[in-house]
Every structure is written in structure tokens, then in C-alpha cells.
Design a protein around this ligand. Structure first.
Ligand SMILES: N[C@@H](CCC(=O)N[C@@H](CS)C(=O)NCC(=O)O)C(=O)O
Length: 221
């Protein structure tokens, strides 16, 4: 379905600058050339726990997307929605094998890496086992996931993860590789991922989605 410019103006993204899940959606919106209103949700002030935010996403996580009368919580659901409604710059290739690979990469990041580095779980680890256990915990899950991703993408990746266009896999990988650096993960162990990261650094759609470029990032407040 083609969508008019007036309808596009309705997009609102509830985001937190440092959230890797919101970062995914920002990249996709930029790749698709969709304008959106940035609605900052301060996780440090627990704004995601408010009753107002709960109406947007009952599980109380960012991101959430509002498109007219459609409200979607969860980055995966948002990305698949955007993909169907706004087909420009497709994130999923027609080739079934490549499509499955994109979904597999997205799922590894979204289900087998990122949930283990979430604030909620890190607070729990700290409370139960002490603050020293947090970093090795996160590093274990990132390294474990990155080993799988490296095996999957080695020899398959082009400029981007599954070819020469940025697709869903890249939308998930770029924020995860960035947050791995926050947790001092050594990317040189993963040469394919390191090369992809260089491509992300050179893309304006990826650059504009970076945490420090967001209106709620500390340097811009
Ligand atoms: N599966 C969800 C996960 C969302 C999620 O974990 N969001 C994080 C930021 S990346 C969050 O809101 N964390 C708040 C908390 O842990 O309390 C998605 O992909 O949107």
C-alpha cells in the first residue's frame, strides 16, 4: 500500500537515546526515509513505568511506535509493521534463503543477546550476586551470540550483513555491536562483524540513528 506524506507525519517514536531496541527502529525509519516525531522516555527516571506509557506498551519497555490510531510496542513488531506499510528500502529480501537469514540474525540479537543485557535483568543480577557479576554475565551472552553470528555471516556478508544493501539483520546488528563496546567486548574476535561495523559507521542512515545524535542524549540537553 502506498502512503501519502500527510499520513507519514503521524509517526511518533517513543525512544530512549541509549536503548538498542529503539536504536533499531531509528535506523529502519532513516533507511526508509520516514520522518517521525521523537518522544523521549527517560528510563533512568522510570518514565517507562508510568501509567501513560503502559497504555502504549503494556510490558513497559521502549520502543513504542504510534502511527495514527495504530500503537505498537516491541521493536520486532514495529519493524515488521513498517516493512509492510512502507515498502521503500525493503528490509527483507524476496529471496527466501536471505530472508530467513535476516530473520535468524534479528532473532539471535533480539532473543539470545539483548534481553540478557537489559537494565531490568542487570539490576536483578546485581541484587542477587553483586555488582561484579554484571559485566561477565553480559559479556558471556554477547560473546556467545557474536560467535554464532560470525559463523552465520562469514563468507555470506557483502558490504552489509546479507548483501550490498542494509537490511533487517543490519538494523539489529549495528546497535548490538555498539552496545558490545559499552560492555568492553573485544570485536577483533569477530572480523566479519567488525567489517560490518565499519560500513555502518559510513552510512548516514545509521549515523543519524546513533544514541549520541538523539535529542535526549546528555550532550544535547
Ligand atoms: N523485545 C523488546 C525488548 C525491549 C527492551 O528490552 N527495551 C529496553 C531498552 S533496549 C527497556 O525498555 N528496558 C527498560 C528496563 O529494563 O527496565 C523489543 O525488541 O522492543
Amino acid at each position: 500500500m502506498d502512503v501519502t506524506t500527510a499520513e507519514r507525519a503521524k509517526l511518533q517514536l517513543y525512544s530512549y537515546w541509549r536503548s538498542s531496541c529503539a536504536h533499531r527502529v531509528r535506523i529502519a525509519l532513516n533507511l526508509k526515509g520516514l520522518e517521525y516525531e521523537y518522544k523521549a522516555v527517560d528510563l533512568l527516571k522510570n518514565e517507562h513505568m508510568s501509567l501513560d506509557f503502559e497504555k502504549l506498551n503494556p510490558i513497559k519497555y521502549v520502543p513504542a511506535l504510534v502511527d495514527g490510531d495504530t500503537v505498537i510496542g516491541d521493536s520486532f513488531a514495529i519493524l515488521l509493521y513498517l516493512e509492510e506499510k512502507y515498502p521503500e528500502h525493503p528490509l527483507l529480501p524476496k529471496d527466501l534463503k536471505k530472508k530467513a537469514l535476516n530473520l535468524q540474525v534479528a532473532s539471535i540479537v533480539g532473543s539470545s543477546i539483548q534481553p540478557f543485557q537489559n537494565t531490568k535483568i542487570l539490576n536483578y543480577i546485581e541484587e542477587k550476586f553483586g555488582s561484579n557479576e554484571k559485566l561477565p554475565w553480559v559479556q558471556f551472552y554477547i560473546n556467545d551470540g557474536f560467535e554464532a553470528l560470525e559463523k552465520l555471516l562469514k563468507g555470506v556478508a557483502g558490504k552489509y550483513a546479507t548483501g550490498d544493501e542494509a537490511q533487517l539483520a543490519d538494523v539489529f546488528l549495528a546497535p548490538q555491536i555498539l552496545s558490545a563496546s559499552w560492555f568492553q567486548v573485544d570485536l577483533s574476535r569477530f572480523p566479519t562483524l567488525a567489517l560490518l561495523n565499519e560500513a555502518y559507521d559510513q552510512s548516514s542512515a545509521f549515523q543519524a540513528a546513533l544514541p549520541l545524535q538523539q535529542p535526549d542524549a546528555p550532550s544535547s540537553s
